[in-house]
Design a protein around this ligand. Structure first.
Ligand SMILES: *Cc1c(COP(=O)(O)O)cnc(C)c1O
Length: 379
């Protein structure tokens, strides 16, 4: 077993083998134009993402990162000191960090143990009108939160979707990012559609909201040196946009391959007799389209399994996320304590992410499953 070649958590080299020539050509075209920020590549990508999300008549704004997309969305809503924004404690830091940066307070609501996404009833309880200025559900790991129930709980409070991990995911036929007031995407290299650096985008079905974000992207400028709002430098570089435009036509193929890999794991884990005991439950795909940015299991004896996979079996794995946000040092001032969000706390202790990238082979998957079986057999 130990002789097996290491299996990485993510292998971007395999993707680059497939699209590298086209990416290089696109980047060289940008170099030749000397239009490095904004311009036709960014506008082209904006139109293509809007189309991909099924949002005719909406607005898309290329931004410097997924984090900046969230920040710009909150700024466009005018969120500030004294305000509250409801979100999940079981997410990447940026979701709550951007709320804090506006001067508002993150207010957490617990997750559903099956999907790790926000519990709509907990959202309902966390909303305190008139202080609550927004709700941010996260489509964690590439699976949409229960948007109808969350929109219903939010009522007239605007919903901003953190769709950083979920471009192309669907809930009842609607694409991630298209269901709330706005959706925020990240093109961080490890996301399903990754740029050649940091990049992001906001989409909104309300064009006037989109235009407000477009101004904020460039220091709130309307015409040169006239600043209607205080924004930031949230601009998207043309080289990233060009590379993303090369990759976008491949995205559905890659996401479907991730879905097939997830199905294959599910079969292999069942066949190995690991489900129900060592593995509490397999990912629940639900009725929508899960794009499996991560394949995450809830397992027994998690920390020891991670150590075994990384050190002995040489299988790449990760914990997303080991510390729920209500227990982060920087948020101590919010006054939360251990036990406040039991489902999020359990998820942080019990989950593990396994390799699920599109080019993962069946042989590699069998090795991952055999390694896990070996761990629980105590061999
Ligand atoms: C990646 C990610 C972000 C931040 O995106 P960046 O492009 O890295 O700034 C925000 N929220 C979630 C859930 C993410 O996974």
């Amino acid at each position: 077993m130990a002789d097996h070649a290491p299996v990485p958590l993510l292998d971007l080299g395999a993707q680059y083998d497939a699209v590298g020539d086209d990416v290089r050509a696109a980047v060289e075209r940008v170099l030749a134009t000397h239009i490095f920020i904004g311009g036709p590549e960014v506008e082209g990508l904006e139109a293509e993402i809007l189309d991909y999300c099924g949002m005719p008549g909406g607005s898309a704004v290329g931004l410097s990162s997924g984090t900046d997309a969230l920040l710009a969305a909150l700024m466009a809503l005018g969120v500030g000191p004294g305000d509250e924004v409801v979100t999940t404690p079981f997410t990447f830091f940026a979701t709550a960090g951007t709320i804090h940066r506006t001067g508002a307070a993150p207010v957490f609501a617990d997750i559903l143990p099956e999907t790790f996404n926000l519990d709509p009833e907990a959202v309902r309880r966390a909303i305190a009108r008139p202080r609550t200025k927004a709700v941010i559900p996260v489509h964690l790991y590439g699976q949409c939160a229960d948007m109808d129930a969350i929109l219903d709980a939010a009522g007239d409070v605007p919903v901003i979707e953190d769709a950083a991990q979920a471009l192309g995911a669907e809930d009842k036929g609607r694409r991630a990012g298209s269901m709330g007031l706005a959706g925020c995407f990240s093109f961080f290299p490890s996301k399903n559609l990754g740029a050649t650096g940091d990049a992001g985008m906001l989409v909104s079905r309300d064009p006037s909201f989109g235009e407000r974000v477009r101004k904020l992207r460039n220091h709130g400028e309307t015409t040169r040196y006239h600043h209607q709002l205080v924004g930031g430098n949230f601009r998207l570089d043309a080289m990233h946009a060009a590379a993303l435009r090369v990759k976008l036509p491949h995205l559905d193929g890659w996401s479907d391959a991730r879905g097939r890999n997830a199905e294959k794991y599910n079969t292999l884990f069942r066949e190995a007799g690991l489900v129900g005991d060592a593995i509490a439950a397999l990912p629940d795909k639900g009725a929508g389209r899960h794009v499996f940015n991560q394949y995450v299991l809830r397992v027994k004896n998690r920390d020891a399994l991670v150590k075994f996979l990384q050190s002995d079996a040489k299988v790449g794995c990760a914990i997303y996320y080991p510390i729920p946000l209500h227990l982060q040092e920087c948020f101590a001032y919010l006054g939360y304590k251990e036990g406040d969000f039991p489902a999020a706390e359990r998820a942080a202790q019990e989950t593990i992410a396994l390799p699920v990238f599109p080019e993962l082979t069946g042989e590699q998957q069998r090795y991952v499953v055999e390694s896990i079986k070996r761990f629980y057999a105590g061999k």
